[in-house]
Design a protein around this ligand. Structure first.
Ligand code: PHE
Length: 359
């Protein structure tokens, strides 16, 4: 028997079917949420337009003798709606809390997030490898300033006053940096560290000095106004050219591999006498000749020589008692060689497409 329209009984049946329908419909998306239940609460128990409120306002139209029963019916309905909604609400809240908890939980089956790691710059790798080769021979690493005076960079190293490197065309001078031997400049090589080392300690001396150097060169695939050198200096009693040769040969074998040989050819640097260019046998073609060694079988890697007596004297070392040798190589050039880097600029541009690999 269907209850009469507008009756409390009809409203109770509607309440039951509406809530069941809402639960059924929400099941597909994981169940009712607190906001859904709140919507139902407004519809049924809302103070202004709620169904229960609407029924109560009809109380005045109900015949006098039916008022008590009607009022009791509406109250019972209100109570029922409150209980059912409270239950749904509790369920929805528990569901929301569980979902929030699940969102926080770590899914240990997921693959790990990529974790970008830094890498050593190829110049750092090569510098450390060179240092390691010499450390085995008892060298220590020394340091010196990049802004030098004319004295340390040129004059004390026996450069003639009119040497072209002392020209502003070739060297970066610091504005307002003084005159003559006090003029300040960006060091053009690491050789001034020879002088600073000799001043600072007594023989025996065995040092390596890696560092940045500057020359007024235009940037191209083989030139840069900033590059890196590794200087070496040995001073002691009885040091001869044979020690220099043996040292360079040992370095070549340790750095380029056991078959590498060195070839020395006379050349001139003001701070050594005699001076030599040092070439290493091409490790890429085993001296047969290839593109890397320009089909000569040899690759020039450094300058070297016996420290000039004037330089020893300028460093406060008695050239009658002590002798020494020095060498200097370009770290960038060696890095380009061993890694087959075609363009010097790649070493300075910080492009991750170039840097991001294991050197
Ligand atoms: N300083 C020289 C240069 O920059 C290299 C060198 C160092 C040569 C030590 C001889 C001895 O070319």
């Amino acid at each position: 028997m269907t209850p009469p329209p507008g009756s409390v009984e009809e409203a109770r049946l509607l309440l039951a079917s509406e809530l069941e329908e809402a639960v059924r419909e929400a099941a597909a998306r994981g169940g009712l949420l607190p906001a859904d239940v709140q919507g139902l609460r407004v519809r049924w128990l809302g103070k202004k337009q709620g169904v229960v409120t609407a029924l109560l306002t009809r109380l005045r139209d109900v015949p006098k003798d039916e008022k008590a029963a009607f009022g009791a019916g509406v109250n019972a309905l209100k109570q029922e709606a409150e209980e059912r909604l409270a239950r749904l609400e509790a369920e929805a809240e528990a569901r929301a809390a569980a979902a929030a908890e699940a969102a926080k939980a770590v899914d240990v089956t997921l693959p790990p997030r990529a974790f970008p790691t830094g890498r050593l710059h190829p110049l750092t790798v090569v510098r450390r490898r060179i240092e390691a080769s010499f450390r085995g021979l008892g060298y220590e690493v020394a340091d010196g300033p990049e802004i030098e005076s004319d004295w340390y960079n040129f004059e004390s190293l026996n450069f003639a006053p009119d040497h072209p490197a002392r020209d502003a065309v070739d060297t970066f001078f610091v504005k307002g940096g003084g005159e003559g031997r006090d003029a300040l400049l960006l060091r053009t090589h690491t050789s001034p560290v020879q002088m600073r080392t000799m001043e600072g300690r007594k023989p025996p001396i065995r040092v390596l000095c890696p560092g940045r150097v500057y020359r007024k060169d235009d940037i191209d695939p083989r030139h840069s106004p900033v590059f890196h050198q590794m200087e070496g200096l040995v001073v002691d009693e009885g040091i001869t050219f044979a020690h220099l040769r043996g040292t360079l040969a040992a370095f070549a074998r340790s750095f380029f591999g056991g078959r590498a040989e060195v070839r020395l050819a006379p050349t001139f640097f003001p701070f050594v006498e005699p001076g030599v260019d040092c070439a290493v046998s091409c490790v890429f073609c085993d001296r047969k000749g290839c593109r890397i060694c320009s089909y000569s079988g040899w690759i020039e890697i450094m300058g070297a020589g016996m420290v000039h007596p004037n330089v020893l004297a300028n460093g406060g070392i008695d050239p009658e008692r002590y002798t020494g040798f020095a060498f200097g190589m370009g770290i960038d050039r060696i890095a380009m060689l061993v890694y087959g880097i075609p363009d010097l600029r790649l070493l300075f541009e910080n492009d991750l497409r170039f840097l991001d690999r294991t050197w």
